[in-house]
Design a protein around this ligand. Structure first.
Ligand code: SF4
Ligand code: ZN
Length: 303
């Protein structure tokens, strides 16, 4: 069904066709409703936004900066990580810096090279690990540490409905319910002063909706995907889910909606898991030594 006489720019999984202005209204309302429904942002926040320079992170920053214009007590600070991925990250970071300059948003950039002594590309030459596994560990580590040092009250990420579906299924396939308990629009199981609360304002937006919104608002660029992405397990699950969604529209919503019903039970079940301080770096972790320090040790030994 068409929304009006305007030219449709998207067909939603419900089958509804929306024109540019109705889709923009629909998308922004959906993001703001998600924020209210899951109580993601308070009246006064020093909010960090993890910015990679690609569409999801630019979309979340763009929509949140609109919210911040209406509410001066909501301060926004972009935080970007330079993993050191040749022929990829330089371009997306340039785009991120340009975007922040245009919208007058403060941006802080931290690099693996400066913080850990090696770029991701250099680490991968030395360690025999899957790129996204090690990249994810260092990225989460740095984002949390730097957000805390910058005194950010929360950290918004560009994770969307597709990402969440993939994570839910990947955890199921690996029999890893403890990791699923940490998912949801508000990341984590228990609050801890060393963890800056991560939130996902695009939680209920599909990849397709975000791409359309980003295109309509000039947030898209001609970026290729991270060269390491194709090697990931996530990419296989993503392709499988896209195939399912094409055959049965609404599959992704069904997965996330049913997951949200069991999420409180999962969080309750894994509540007892304690958070320790890493013996080497004092950052919060589940075991005696955090994964970042374990990888850094392996890196030192193999150089
Ligand atoms: Fe890092 Fe993998 Fe993402 Fe590339 S795709 S930035 S290697 S997590
Ligand atoms: Zn550590």
């Amino acid at each position: 069904m068409n929304c009006c006489d305007g030219k449709p720019v998207i067909v939603l999984s419900s089958g509804d066709k929306l024109c540019k202005s109705h889709f923009t209204e629909y998308f922004e309302r959906k993001v703001f409703k998600t924020i209210r429904k899951f109580d993601l942002i308070g009246k006064e926040e020093n909010l960090g936004v993890a910015l990679s320079g690609v569409k999801d992170s630019l979309t979340v920053l763009y929509t949140l900066s609109k919210l911040s214009k209406e509410n001066p007590k909501l301060k926004i600070n972009a935080i970007a990580i330079d993993e050191g991925i040749r022929n990829y990250r330089e371009t997306t970071l340039r785009h991120a810096i340009h975007f922040c300059k245009k919208y007058d948003i403060k941006i802080d950039i931290f690099s693996y090279k400066e913080e850990f002594g090696a770029t991701l590309d250099e680490m991968l030459k030395t360690l025999n690990v899957k790129p996204c596994t090690i990249c994810g560990v260092f990225r989460r580590y740095l984002l949390n540490k730097k957000s805390r040092e910058l005194k950010l009250t929360k950290l918004a990420t560009g994770h969307n409905l597709d990402d969440e579906c993939q994570s839910i299924l990947m955890n199921q396939f690996r029999n890893d319910l403890a990791s699923s308990a940490r998912l949801g629009p508000k990341v984590g199981i228990i609050q801890n002063e060393k963890f800056v609360q991560r939130i996902k304002p695009l939680y209920l937006c599909t990849e397709k909706e975000i791409t359309t919104y980003a295109f309509l608002n000039n947030l898209l660029d001609n970026f290729s995907e991270c060269p390491n992405a194709v090697l990931s397990y996530r990419a296989q699950v993503r392709d499988m889910l896209n195939d399912m969604e094409q055959k049965s529209p609404g599959t992704k919503y069904s997965i996330v909606n049913s997951f949200l019903q069991i999420l409180p039970i999962l969080k309750q079940q894994f509540k007892a898991e304690s958070i320790k301080s890493c013996k080497k770096c004092s950052e919060p972790c589940a075991n005696d030594v955090c994964n970042a320090c374990i990888y850094l040790d392996r890196l030192k030994k193999s150089i």
